[in-house]
Design a protein around this ligand. Structure first.
Ligand code: FAD
Ligand code: NAP
Ligand code: FMN
Length: 603
């Protein structure tokens, strides 16, 4: 009798949750099998089990996790491929034996753009049977949003409804997704081992290859697309045309207006889109890190995508050197025998204390506080994550500024644990980019944040602070189009004397009749706070009338507090001015969202 058949298995209908079942099956497999790795199984079956990973990703997080997952799967002996959710049809999905979906959520619990068409089909097709499909979902999201991981949850539910069988339960990850992603990856690999053992392997294998020696498979559609150079992977080296302070001398902020030239790039955008910028780290911070580690900067190390380079260049251009991630923390705890506290925090079951401890602490803090810890240059960079681009809501219309893109950026600076800290990208723009420094940029489309198709439809815009950015673009666009619909802007900032961004432009729009109404909320002009939502409530009746006339309602800026408070105020207005019950209010706002008349671009 073969080893495969002798291993006990927990049946699908046993009274366990999927993760308990996966764990128990893994445990039994471990007890009864000498060889559980797929590579070993492949030697028996002369085939590598096939694994398809499908990605829904807008700003690249899910995409990089998927690439990493596939790399690990290949190491473990799977024939793994990765493709965007825009690259599969329902028919091909139905033929899959095992699909892993890694997806983020955008808009209001919506799919990322590359998953939108797939989702439309999946939710409509009631004849589809996915009875042969096994799957698991890794959902990325942000708890600041109302529909946390909403799209991942919807896909999970829908695949289940269509008969697909979950092999490992969905993991919903917040912005710090590393730990959740690692948990999901381990759980999926454990669950897969059992499936590979107990299924008829050639059937699972789909396209079987006869080699078990790890030869590389042809690039998947997403890999091919990435190497062909889509804009995010291959950004345009743009030039900065203008860097102007929007805040006055007495301001507590340093918010700036940037103008960037897109000439020769072929890049275009619509108002509502965002610009992605790939920044470089601060050379001062790089010097501090090199000094703390006793490196001279010339030591050769690997880049995150392979290739060798001097560590100074790698730290400036390739790696994220501010926020420590789990690999770095684990290594610090391991190398520093004296640091019991960090060890305890890392090994605790809940992360609350660790998160508290990490708030505001950067890689440099750990290196300075633990001079005993020594890393080789290669080891050190292996503990860092790849530097990621930052997104900025576009503040201009191409019609008003051909071949240019404008931004409104708050320069992130603060002091904590006795050190001055600087946000990477906002300070790259503010301090280190001159007219001849190339700025790597790409366009990030935001299909969820669009002007109404008809210029006759009125719009209400709520954009405190940098949240004003897309509304400057909306106003420019509506002016250039000669749109007749009303435009109402709520703007908020700290002090009218020094924080009234684009005041001259807004007043000019008012004079020209483009900006129908402007309501401002300066929070620190008086002893008590006045915020945009207070101005909305003061004008509840009028705002309700605009909504009843079909106005679209837009919010941009801080997701953490402002967007939630504005949402509450909107509910209050519908309830009061519209004389609606709680239920009718919720229904009214839900309908606004469903009709794409309530759109948010919050961060
Ligand atoms: C769709 C979208 C649109 C956006 N549009 C805009 C825009 O129009 N304008 C704009 O200015 N930004 C915008 N942002 C935010 C922007 O992408 C960056 O996140 C922001 O500029 C900070 O990036 P950074 O590299 O300068 O800072 P980072 O190096 O990324 O540092 C930011 C981090 O520093 C830490 N931090 C910040 N303040 C403190 C503090 N007081 N104490 C302790 N820790 C702190 C936090 O961990 C924070 O996440 C947008 C984001 C998204 C997703
Ligand atoms: N992801 C990032 O790294 C990043 C980058 C930029 C900004 N942000 C976040 O976005 C926020 C906005 O930054 P910003 O520079 O655009 O604006 P901001 O200047 O911080 O705020 C604009 C105005 O909004 C007010 N405000 C504060 N809390 C509010 C609330 N709950 N509801 C309505 N208004 C509120 C502020 O008042 P008071 O300050 O007087 O209370 C201020 O008058 C920041 O707080 C920051 O957390 C994050
Ligand atoms: C404009 C915007 C809207 C978002 N909407 C949601 C949301 O509704 N629910 C949620 O859980 N996360 C939301 N997120 C968070 C993203 O899902 C999260 O940042 C994720 O890591 C992005 O992954 P990606 O880079 O693969 O697209 C939103 C982020 C942005 C910038």
């Amino acid at each position: 009798m073969s080893q495969r058949q002798s291993v006990p298995y927990i049946p699908d209908n046993a009274p366990f949750t999927p993760s308990q079942r996966a764990w128990l099956n893994g445990f039994l497999a471990g007890m009864f099998c000498h060889t559980t790795a797929p590579a070993a199984i492949a030697q028996h079956t002369a085939a590598k089990p096939k694994l398809s990973v499908f990605v829904g990703s807008q700003s690249g997080n899910a995409e990089s996790l998927a690439k990493r997952f596939v790399k690990e799967a290949k190491k473990q002996g799977y024939e793994a491929t990765v493709a965007g959710l825009d690259k599969i049809t329902l028919a091909t999905l139905a033929e899959e034996k095992c699909a892993l979906v890694i997806t983020s959520t955008w808009g209001e619990g919506d799919p990322p753009d590359n998953a939108a068409a797939f989702w439309e089909q999946l939710k409509e097709d009631n004849d589809l049977s996915l009875a042969n499909l096994r799957y698991s979902i890794l959902a990325l999201g942000d708890t600041n949003y109302e529909n946390f991981c909403g799209f991942g949850k919807s896909v999970d539910r829908r695949l289940g409804e269509l008969g697909a069988k979950r092999i490992f339960e969905r993991v919903d990850c917040n912005v710090d997704f590393e730990e959740g992603a690692a948990r999901w990856q381990n759980g999926v690999f454990d669950a897969l081992k059992n499936i590979v053992q107990f299924d008829d392997a050639p059937q699972l294998n789909g396209s079987v290859t006869s080699s078990a020696n790890g030869t590389s498979s042809p690039p998947s559609p997403l890999e091919a697309e990435m190497s062909a150079g889509c804009s995010r992977k291959n950004p345009f080296a743009a030039r900065l045309l203008a860097n102007r302070k929007l805040t006055g001398d007495n301001s507590e902020k340093d918010t700036r207006h940037y103008e960037i030239c897109l000439k020769g790039s072929g890049l275009t955008y619509e108002v509502g889109d965002a610009l992605g910028i790939m920044p470089a780290n601060s050379p001062d911070l790089v010097n501090e890190i090199l000094k703390a580690l006793h490196f001279d900067g010339e030591e050769e190390v690997s880049g995150p995508e392979g290739g060798k380079m001097p560590i100074r260049l790698a730290l400036e251009r390739e790696y994220q050197i501010r926020q420590p991630h789990s690999a770095f923390l684990n290594a610090m705890a391991e190398h520093d025998a004296a640091d019991q506290y960090l060890k305890e925090l890392i090994s605790a079951e809940v992360r609350t204390e660790l998160d508290k401890f990490l708030w505001g602490r950067e890689v440099i803090d750990f290196l300075i506080e633990s001079p005993r810890v020594k890393f080789s240059p290669e080891e050190f960079v292996s503990l860092l994550k790849k530097l990621q681009p930052r997104l900025y809501s576009i503040a201009s219309s191409l019609k008003a500024h051909p071949e240019q893109v404008h931004l409104t950026v708050d320069t992130v600076r603060y002091e904590i644990y006795g050190r001055k800290r600087k946000g990477v990208c906002s300070n790259f723009l503010a301090e280190r980019v001159s007219n001849d420094t190339p700025v790597p940029v790409f366009i990030q489309t935001s299909k969820h944040f669009r002007l109404p198709q008809s210029g006759d439809v009125p719009i209400i815009m709520v954009g405190p602070g940098t949240g004003i950015a897309p509304f400057r673009a909306f106003l420019e666009e509506r002016k250039m189009n000669g749109a007749k619909g009303g435009n109402w802007l709520f703007f908020g900032a700290q002090k009218s004397s020094c924080d009234f961004f684009y005041r001259d432009e807004l007043e000019a729009f008012q004079r020209e009749g483009v900006l129908t109404r402007l309501d401002t909320a300066f929070s620190r002009d008086q002893d008590f706070k006045i915020y945009v939502q207070h101005r909305m409530l003061e004008n509840a009746k009028e705002l309700w009338n605009w909504l009843e006339q079909g106005a679209h309602f837009y919010v941009c800026g801080d997701a953490g507090r402002m967007a939630k408070d504005v949402d509450k105020a909107l509910h209050e207005i519908v309830k009061m001015a519209g004389a609606c019950s709680e239920d009718a209010t919720a229904e009214y706002i839900q309908k606004l969202k469903a009709d794409k008349r309530y759109q948010r671009d919050v961060y």
